[in-house]
Design a protein around this ligand. Structure first.
Ligand code: TRP
Length: 326
């Protein structure tokens, strides 16, 4: 039996090179070895976009195409839409008994996000947003995932999922798997402004940016200590020229580095890596029916798996009345 991966993206915008280095590369590489589920987390996206459902709807297809373009192969991996799996929502409700408000408020990623979303939440936060780590634990547990390839910002979510699963198993008997996280080898990509690269921060290089956009964005990148390390890290990720990578690192150490030399080479390396991805994406953009079909089939398959897990869960919780006949 193959081990299982579950991972996902919020459909709130196009995926960027931060996702690529942090999570997507791992996801594509591991799909041969693992039974892989890629979830389009539209329910989670609504936790901070409840007032903009059209945006989420549109980006479900964008994120699906991004995944297909980077090499997620629908023959090997199952791509599905979260909102069509009501079992995840059910498990979220059961899990919500196993976590306290204080624990949710301590989650550092959620804390930071609440700070960033002051415009939306004012001085408070919704029940749904504060609780999204619980729903994410349910995403993972519903598919009995062994491994979750994610960016570094997601580590607190996986930690919390492990705690919830452990508590569930302690109370109701051993049922669910404790997942492990797997982060990429350059998991904290910063934007050109030196803040964390983010879909909503306007500082990212997306997988579909044009050559001009990539060149211009890299040109504006800040080169203070953190900014410079970020550019060097990116160069290491995208360039295949080991000599140049070593040379720039050496120059950085003895402060002789010229960013006017590094930046165009970095832009070139990113452009070269993203070119086949852009081409593949263009194919799916021209064939939306194929994307629909992949999502339809993937979701049907995911639903079957989810039903099986929830059957087990309900049995253990003594709420298995009428054994699914109703
Ligand atoms: N929170 C993740 C993100 O913002 C997306 C996500 C939702 C996810 N459910 C998941 C990731 C389950 C891994 C596993 O990128």
């Amino acid at each position: 039996m193959k081990k299982i991966i579950l991972t996902g993206d919020r459909p709130t915008g196009q995926l960027h090179i931060g996702h690529f280095c942090g999570a997507l590369k791992n996801r594509v590489a591991l799909q041969n070895e693992y039974n892989t589920y890629v979830m389009i987390a539209d329910v989670q996206a609504l936790t901070d976009n409840f007032n903009n459902p059209q945006k989420v709807r549109k980006n479900v297809y964008e994120v699906a195409m991004d995944n297909l373009a980077v090499g997620i192969d629908p023959k090997k991996s199952t791509i599905f839409i979260q909102s069509l799996i009501p079992e995840i929502a059910e498990l979220t409700v059961f899990f919500s008994n196993l976590v306290t408000i204080a624990r949710l408020k301590r989650n550092p990623t959620v804390k930071e996000e609440i700070q960033q979303k002051k415009d939306l939440f004012k001085d408070d936060v919704t029940f749904g947003f504060l609780g999204y780590p619980v729903s994410q634990a349910a995403d993972i547990a519903t598919f009995q995932a062994d491994l979750v390839p994610v960016g570094a910002d997601q580590l607190p979510m996986i930690e919390q999922a492990r705690e919830i699963v452990r508590k569930f198993n302690n109370i109701y008997g051993n049922t669910l798997k404790e997942p492990e996280a797997k982060i990429g080898d350059f998991p904290r990509v910063l934007g050109m402004d030196g803040r964390k690269m983010g879909k909503s921060l306007g500082n990212s290089i997306t997988l579909t940016d044009s050559e001009e956009e990539i060149k211009n964005k890299i040109k504006t990148a800040i080169t203070n200590e953190v900014g410079a390390k970020n550019l060097l890290g990116l160069f290491e990720q995208f360039s295949e020229n080991e000599e140049q990578i070593k040379e720039f690192n050496k120059q950085f150490k003895n402060s002789t580095i010229k960013y006017s030399e590094l930046k165009p080479l970095l832009a070139e390396a990113i452009i070269r890596t993203l070119k086949p991805i852009r081409e593949k994406r263009a194919y799916y953009e021209k064939n939306p029916k194929i994307v629909e079909e992949i999502l339809f089939e993937g979701t049907k398959k995911a639903r079957k798996v989810a039903k099986q897990t929830l059957e087990k869960v309900k049995e253990k919780m003594f709420i298995d009345y009428f054994k699914g006949k109703i």
